[in-house]
Write a protein that binds this ligand. Structure first.
Ligand SMILES: [Zn+2]
Ligand SMILES: [Zn+2]
Length: 272
């Protein structure tokens, strides 16, 4: 039997553990992930949602390798106020957040007017640049405008393009701009052939894996469970190892090393 100490080490680079879906068993879900070999989890808080930041803050205080980020999501761009940028600066000054995010554009759901989404993204990239923090970017059917925003703000702090769903062209542009590319459970879906092709081309030293919990449970959990959780990142990493022709432990170690290069988390003791 494997113990957590002998399992390949993985990082879930993006999990919404603030979601109400985790209210019944948030800490147990974290412990299950640690038991499955996950050694760190990045949790983005949304500043427009009153419960989001306090929930993630208390998790980050309880578990030293749960890292917090904060920002206003593309979906909530219409609700962004000046106070949110001030909050971001305060959080950064107190060392509570490691990145600004998730921020970005979403032209699939279009839950905020696109013009407003672009303004809010640019304002937060500007703040991230001033604070010297990486960005956690979300982009859905909006690749060229995300690249324009990064270039327009002269943003060179890098970060993660999370839950990658776009073309190789977009991946290449973001790699050129210093970003890591993170793949979610979508990679395991039978239809995701094009995405698997892109995942085969991203340089190994820029690859990350994530769950985007509670959404997008990977195969074989897809359809079988109501909710995705960080422990399931193992399935996405296994598929990615297959695509790369690498033994699973090597792929796990590579993505964990990549994450640690961006967000050193190993200086603090691991809690399991
Ligand atoms: Zn996202
Ligand atoms: Zn997300």
């Amino acid at each position: 039997m494997h113990t957590a100490a002998s399992l390949p080490r993985l990082v879930d680079s993006h999990a919404h553990l603030d979601a109400p879906d985790f209210d019944p068993d948030r800490e147990e879900a974290v412990r299950r992930a640690f038991g499955a070999g996950v050694v760190a989890i990045l949790c983005p808080a949304d500043l427009t949602q009153p419960q989001s930041l306090p929930t993630i803050r208390s998790l980050a205080q309880a578990f030293p390798t749960i890292l917090a980020a904060a920002g206003v999501h593309a979906h909530q761009a219409k609700d962004m106020a000046e106070g949110h940028l001030a909050a971001l600066r305060d959080l950064a000054a107190r060392g509570e957040i490691r990145a600004v995010g998730e921020i970005g554009l979403d032209y699939h759901y279009d839950l905020s007017p696109r013009e407003r989404q672009r303004e809010v993204l640019r304002g937060q990239l500007r703040a991230a640049r001033e604070l010297g923090l990486p960005a956690i970017l979300h982009s859905r059917l909006s690749g060229p405008d995300v690249v324009d925003a990064v270039d327009g703000e002269g943003f060179t702090c890098g970060g993660i393009l999370h839950c990658f769903t776009e073309s190789w062209e977009m991946a290449r542009k973001m790699l050129d701009r210093g970003f890591f590319i993170s793949f979610s459970g979508i990679l395991t879906f039978p239809k995701a052939r094009e995405m698997r092709e892109v995942a085969g081309k991203v340089p190994l030293e820029r690859l990350l894996v994530e769950t985007d919990s509670p959404y997008l449970a990977p195969v074989p959990f897809r359809g079988a469970v109501k909710r995705n959780e960080p422990a399931f990142v193992v399935e996405t990493a296994r598929v990615l190892a297959g695509i790369r022709g690498l033994p699973f432990p090597d792929l796990a170690e590579a993505t964990t090393r990549n994450f640690a290069a961006l967000f050193p988390f190993e200086k603090t003791p691991l809690q399991c």
